[in-house]
Unconditional design. Structure first.
Length: 193
């Protein structure tokens, strides 16, 4: 299964049993949530580093090295530009820390409450239920085919198609093949041509 670690989910269906495919999708969703939290934690620490840097720069600008009694002469204008630049850098880093928090960290932490992610979880649960139904129907079909006759096998296959809209067969080499019925049927409000 390592070679399929980066494979697209639909492409995996041909190589996995339905239960395994549903489990793989579920695990990917869990892993995605964990990674989101880990990245958000890292960004939070990065933001804290920026905020500490901003505080340090602001302390520098508040600490006037040449005091009021110092006469800088021609160096006064460049010194004022240095102080202004440090204040500008502090402001930029403050904005960076703020944007990291608002634009990246919080959306990653709240990704699990987004509607599309909740829909993915619902779909994953539905696929797991369908896979279980399909495997149970396959077991019944196998029992029927052992009891006898081609007619009973066709009856079992019809149950498989009703359970999941498709069924798995074992080829000559022992490889599993996903079979989709040839007759058109309505699936979730869509019409097949």
């Amino acid at each position: 299964m390592e070679d399929m670690a980066r494979a697209e989910y639909p492409a995996m269906l041909a190589a996995l049993q339905p239960g395994q495919a549903a489990h793989t999708l579920s695990e990917r969703l869990k892993r995605m949530s964990r990674i989101n939290i880990e990245v958000a934690d890292w960004l939070q620490e990065r933001r804290r580093v920026e905020e500490q840097y901003v505080q340090g720069l602001r302390k520098l600008t508040a600490f006037k090295v040449p005091n009021a009694q110092s006469e800088l002469g021609v160096f006064q204008a460049p010194w004022n530009r240095i102080i202004d630049t440090v204040e500008s850098i502090a402001h930029s880093h403050h904005q960076l820390a703020d944007r990291i928090e608002k634009d990246i960290e919080h959306p990653l932490r709240n990704f699990h409450i987004r509607k599309d992610f909740q829909n993915m979880n619902t779909m994953s649960n539905n696929l797991a239920t369908m896979a279980k139904d399909l495997e149970e129907a396959q077991e019944r079909s196998d029992k029927l085919s052992k009891k006898g006759g081609r007619a009973n096998t066709q009856k079992g296959r019809r149950r498989l198609v009703q359970a999941g809209g498709c069924y798995w067969t074992v080829g000559v080499t022992g490889a599993l093949h996903l079979r989709v019925p040839s007759s058109p049927r309505r699936i979730a409000g869509q019409q097949s041509a």
